[in-house]
Design a protein around this ligand. Structure first.
Ligand SMILES: [Zn+2]
Length: 292
């Protein structure tokens, strides 16, 4: 992961104005189309206001509108950028309380920022996985994390779909029945992919559904390193996810587990980006905005 230091941040975003410029330039990468002039025109900053004005007709555009910063006062914009930077800096995320402390804001304010920023990390779920895809389920919560069977009633079942050397997705599911698992695979994986699972009978129909299906005997999970038939990627994803939950929160309630899983999957999927996670997350702010 490419690092992004406090020094980098202070250089790139010294003021609220610099943050607003960044938003404008990245939301309208090909220039701003003025609706009144009917063409792309230069837009100049109106001093003291969070907007830019068309050089010909004076029509205003507000880069914060339609983004997660929409309801924020302009003189808090740099603080929000800083919040994104703090959330991006660790590999497994920080709690809202930690964010409040880092920013020096109230717990309530910190929580609002944290929730908004995290909310945009669930996006991008519509692009299906390709190639070699490992699928597995695990149990999260309680003292005997990960174990099937006795005592698993109070735990939350999570399904993991991991592209080898690629992206990951974790989905909270009610049970591990075929009727639960198979539609999720269908929704998230392309048909000509090869799907690697353990020998849970719920996966038996994958071949007849049109997937190439390879099965790893459950007893051999993670230990098999020779050959192609293994689920090491998804096993690795689970252990990192669980370590991250334990390290950040100690405990995540089932209601919040999907949000956490989305955030973690986002980080995992972008772990090899050739830019800092902060840049990836800022781009996600843009990605998530409605262009008005
Ligand atoms: Zn105009």
């Amino acid at each position: 992961m490419i690092k992004y230091s406090t020094k980098d941040f202070d250089r790139d975003f010294p003021t609220d104005d610099a943050c607003l410029d960044w938003l404008k330039n990245n939301r309208w990468t090909n220039g701003v189309f003025c609706v009144k002039c009917g063409k792309v025109t230069n837009h100049y900053r109106i001093q003291g206001r969070p907007c830019y004005s068309c050089e010909f007709c004076g029509n205003h555009i507000y880069p914060m509108a339609g983004t997660i910063f929409e309801d924020t006062k302009f003189d808090h914009l740099k603080l929000w950028f800083k919040a994104v930077a703090y959330m991006a800096v660790t590999r497994c995320g920080i709690s809202s309380r930690q964010l409040s402390r880092d920013l020096g804001v109230t717990v309530k304010t910190g929580y609002r920022m944290w929730k908004q920023i995290r909310g945009i990390l669930a996006d991008g779920n519509e692009i299906k996985f390709v190639g070699k895809v490992e699928v597995d389920e695990t149990y999260i919560g309680g003292k005997h994390q990960g174990k099937r069977g006795r005592g698993s009633e109070n735990k939350t079942v999570v399904m993991g779909i991991v592209e080898r050397k690629g992206r990951a997705r974790a989905i909270v599911i009610p049970d591990v029945k075929a009727n639960t698992l198979l539609p999720k695979i269908e929704a998230n994986v392309v048909k000509d992919a090869t799907v690697y699972t353990d020998d849970l009978p719920s996966y038996n129909k994958l071949e007849s559904m049109g997937f190439n299906h390879e099965t790893v005997p459950h007893s051999q999970k993670i230990y098999v390193t020779a050959g192609d038939i293994h689920t090491n990627s998804v096993e690795g994803f689970w252990s990192q996810l669980k370590r991250s939950i334990n390290g950040t929160y100690h405990h995540v309630t089932p209601e919040h587990l999907q949000e956490y899983a989305d955030e973690y999957s986002f980080r995992y999927s972008h772990r090899k980006d050739e830019q800092p996670m902060f840049t990836t997350m800022l781009n996600q702010v843009v990605e998530h905005s409605s262009k008005t």
